[in-house]
Design a protein around this ligand. Structure first.
Ligand code: GTP
Length: 177
């Protein structure tokens, strides 16, 4: 007999996106939430939360997706939101050298203010901008290997790998103790 979706166990998972201003944290979440993309830059003020429920391995996972402001002036606000994150997306922009240099600082930030056992994923976003791409896949992969986390190149614009990133994170969160 069919199991109704309503009969499935439901867990919640808090996911926070960190990374420099403009790397596409909000855009990745917006793409995943409602399959849309906007070219206009609208800086996140503090933090915004979105909810989406997906089915993973026979469970319903209610994802609480937090867009955080990359801008320095909001840094102290953001500390409050990583506190009990189950998963953290560390995002850089493949067309911006500074944004990948910042990843170590964001890792330190997550370490200082987040839980030690949160699941982390490294993301090189804006992969659709092939002609402007200055950070190779090898560079990204090397960093991810050093940090011991999965790595994906994504595009919020073309939707490349967006779904798989959130599903991978949700699946890993379910598996973690
Ligand atoms: P803050 O909220 O200030 O921290 O920025 P953010 O990291 O949330 O970046 P946001 O999603 O607002 O995107 C910044 C700009 O990059 C916007 O103009 C987006 O349209 C653009 N952008 C985001 N993702 C992509 C992408 O995958 N490809 C391209 N070409 N542009 C993107």
């Amino acid at each position: 007999t069919d199991t109704s979706l309503y009969d499935l166990p439901c867990v919640t998972a808090k996911i926070v996106a960190l990374g420099d201003a403009g790397v596409g944290k909000s855009s990745l979440i917006r793409r995943f939430m409602n399959e849309t993309f906007e070219d206009r830059y609208n800086a996140t003020i503090g933090c915004d939360m979105n909810v989406k429920t997906i089915e993973v391995a026979g469970k319903l996972v209610q994802l609480h997706l937090w867009e955080t402001a990359g801008q320095e002036r909001f840094r102290s606000v953001v500390t409050n939101y990583v506190r009990n994150a189950d998963g953290i997306l560390l995002v850089y922009d493949v067309t911006c050298q500074n944004s990948i240099r910042s990843i170590d600082r964001w890792i330190a930030f997550a370490k200082d203010y987040g839980p030690p056992d949160s699941i982390k994923v490294l993301i090189g976003n804006k992969f659709d901008q092939k002609e402007r791409c200055i950070i190779s896949k090898r560079k990204g992969k090397e960093l991810a290997d050093r940090l011991e986390m999965p790595f994906f190149e994504t595009s919020a614009k073309s939707s490349l790998n967006v779904e798989v990133v959130f599903r991978t994170l949700a699946a890993e969160i379910l598996l973690s103790p």
